[in-house]
Design a protein. Structure first.
Length: 319
């Protein structure tokens, strides 16, 4: 599914009706670096290109410098899971790299999960570094004649290739620009307020509107994609065999319903109505119950498909 909705209704959210974002919500920025330990082998790339009559620019042979390192493989996979967890628990904020957290309770939920990931990252990194010299030798042996000692940095340089940071930032409300202009003389300030006062306020308000639209749209998109998977899991195949229902897909639906409540800070009525409908549809339903009851499976699928079709009918939906 592409960028699903450009506007979910004909009206912009009324920011004046929302709780103060500067007091209730936060933006979070997560950065994680992890060494890929891959290096293009120009010589072998050229050989492969010539042998296959290919343009050398279209061929790339990469050496896995630490192919025998179990710890680096685990660390790289862990970073992937960490980034997915961050995405799952937040909503994007205007493509800035920042992500939105709606309130203190959700921020605590997010922080607890991030702490688990950061602690494991540090532990896996320590294990990798402790075996780096040993794994470098075995990895070079695995490369045979393609090994090149000059491709391997020293331990201190390798350590610098790994880092992570997690920072929280407040969200500014619609700004009058007063404090920004405090350093100007009275006549200069009056001029700037006359020239840019309304423009600055309007631009900031427009930014907040677009940021809120984008945040809600991302939840619509994730919900639609997940309901599509859940509906497929709930289907009965042509031979009468029930489809395999994945617990992860079902649990993600439940989590998205919670997100619909917490992230609907602008009070979007469509989002809240569908949340209530999904809550009702999933009340008392479990994966085990669906597996053992064809009736429950059929009823749940009907309700899921109903919400899914209503999302499809939203304006500007692009499937």
């Amino acid at each position: 599914m592409n960028d699903v909705i450009t506007s979910y209704n004909n009206e912009k959210p009324d920011l004046s009706d929302m709780p103060s974002l500067s007091k209730s919500a936060r933006l979070v920025l997560l950065n994680i670096s992890c060494w890929t330990a891959r290096k293009k082998n120009k010589k072998e790339s050229e050989k492969v290109a010539i042998a296959n009559g290919a343009d050398p620019k279209a061929v790339s042979v990469n050496n896995g410098l630490m192919a025998t390192s179990v710890e680096l493989d685990q660390l790289q996979k862990h970073v992937g899971l960490w980034r997915k967890a961050h995405t799952r628990l937040t909503a994007p904020w205007m493509g800035t790299g920042y992500a939105f957290l709606p309130n203190a309770a959700w921020m605590m939920k997010y922080q607890k999960e991030m702490s688990v990931f950061s602690n494991k990252y540090d532990s896996l990194l320590a294990s990798f570094l402790s075996k780096y010299e040993q794994d470098r030798i075995t990895s070079m042996a695995a490369l045979g004649n393609m090994a090149d000692m000059s491709n391997y940095p020293d331990l201190l340089t390798v350590r610098r290739k790994f880092k992570w940071s997690l920072t929280y930032h407040p969200i500014s409300e619609v700004d009058t620009g007063d404090s920004f202009l405090d350093d100007l003389e009275d006549d200069q300030r009056a001029y700037m307020e006359e020239q840019l006062g309304d423009t600055m306020r309007g631009q900031h308000e427009k930014f907040l509107h677009e940021a809120m639209d984008g945040m809600v749209n991302s939840i619509w998109a994730r919900l639609y994609d997940n309901l599509t998977r859940l509906s497929s899991n709930l289907r009965i195949q042509e031979d009468g065999t029930p489809g395999r229902i994945h617990e992860s897909v079902f649990n993600t639906t439940v989590e998205l319903v919670n997100m619909m409540r917490e992230f609907n800070v602008s009070g979007n009525p469509q989002l809240d109505a569908m949340r209530q409908e999904l809550e009702s549809a999933l009340a008392g339903v479990s994966v085990e119950g669906i597996k053992h009851s064809s009736t429950l499976r059929e009823v749940t699928k009907g309700k899921v498909d109903s919400v899914k079709s209503r999302i499809e009918a939203l304006p500007s939906l692009d499937l």
